[in-house]
Design a protein around this ligand. Structure first.
Ligand SMILES: [Zn+2]
Length: 324
């Protein structure tokens, strides 16, 4: 009995200690992600329709992203102008500056353009919402990262991937200079919400899983596999829906980096064997609208935010400043 009492007191002491100084700051920060905010980011982008490159809808969506990033406290929002096959366009990004190793950076990305005449809600409002929600939480004044994290919104993924392609080719040789930090990894988010099985059913598949892919035939395959493994481990620790790692990353902006730096895509389904074969009936259709996704679809997409933020916790090093 005395022994048991001692154990209870010890356990109570431990838990009080844990509350006062969190043993895992990453878990604390992941816990600040909010599903309602994630949905609001998607809704916010959906208001501009499909955001096709070269349109007023596209330009207004960039201004909206600029305002959002500013509202999260970022004073370093930048636009990367480039000449695409569709005319002059802009990528937009903000950067969380690392406290101890600011010259090394992870690029966390999605594409802000879309197509299909609907709202491009899933492709790729849902990926942009992951990046926005990470930017919001990592922008909180008490959150620090050892290394830098860049929140990147590519333009014109849909008709050439030249936003990412131009950035990669222009900036790769500048790495390590004042103009560009050294890249440690690219984590792209493109179509996050819809895993209704194959062929797709009306409801979310009971086996819905997040697909993390790298490209086995790329020059950086080994490093990319390690990045994918870090995301997989974070998924187990911080998210509820499971993740599956594949080695055939394709059809999204991260392929522009696959021979330069560790690169992965995070998606609702595998590109080659599922998405291309019709796993999402809304893909590039007028039906890719916010209203056509159910609560569990949003929750599934939100799990990718938990997964990537958890991985950044280890990779970029997330710490919490002590309360003053
Ligand atoms: Zn896409």
């Amino acid at each position: 009995m005395r022994l048991l009492l001692g154990t209870v007191v010890l356990a109570a002491g431990l838990s009080a200690q844990t509350t006062n100084s969190p043993a895992d700051p990453v878990r604390t920060v992941v816990g600040r992600l909010e599903l309602d905010r994630y949905k609001a980011h998607i809704k916010g982008l959906s208001q501009f329709g499909d955001r096709m490159q070269g349109t007023e809808r596209n330009r207004r969506a960039i201004d909206w992203l600029d305002n959002q990033l500013g509202s999260f406290g970022y004073t370093n929002v930048q636009r990367h102008r480039f000449m695409s096959g569709s005319g002059p366009l802009e990528n937009i990004y903000a950067t969380k500056i690392g406290t101890t190793i600011p010259g090394e950076i992870y690029i966390v990305s999605a594409h802000m353009d879309g197509r299909g005449g609907g709202e491009a809600a899933d492709d790729d409002g849902a990926g942009c919402a992951v990046v926005l929600e990470l930017a919001r939480v990592l922008g909180m004044p008490d959150v620090q990262t050892d290394r830098s994290v860049r929140f990147m919104f590519w333009n014109n993924e849909e008709f050439g991937m030249d936003g990412s392609g131009t950035y990669a080719s222009e900036r790769a040789p500048l790495q390590g200079t004042a103009a560009e930090p050294k890249w440690l990894g690219v984590i792209q988010h493109d179509m996050m919400m819809f895993d209704h099985g194959m062929p797709p059913g009306p409801k979310q598949s009971p086996n819905a899983d997040i697909d993390i892919e790298y490209q086995r035939s790329s020059r950086m395959a080994d490093d990319s596999a390690k990045l994918a493994a870090a995301l997989h481990a974070a998924n187990r620790a911080y998210a509820r829906y499971p993740a599956t790692v594949g080695a055939d990353m394709a059809g999204t902006d991260s392929i522009r980096f696959e021979d330069l730096v560790a690169s992965v895509s995070v998606r609702e389904n595998e590109r080659v064997i599922e998405i291309v074969r019709g796993s999402n009936p809304n893909h590039h259709q007028p039906t890719d609208k916010y209203e056509n996704y159910a609560e569990e679809d949003f929750r599934f997409g939100f799990n990718s935010a938990q997964t990537t933020l958890g991985a950044l916790g280890q990779l970029a090093g997330i710490t919490l400043a002590r309360p003053r």
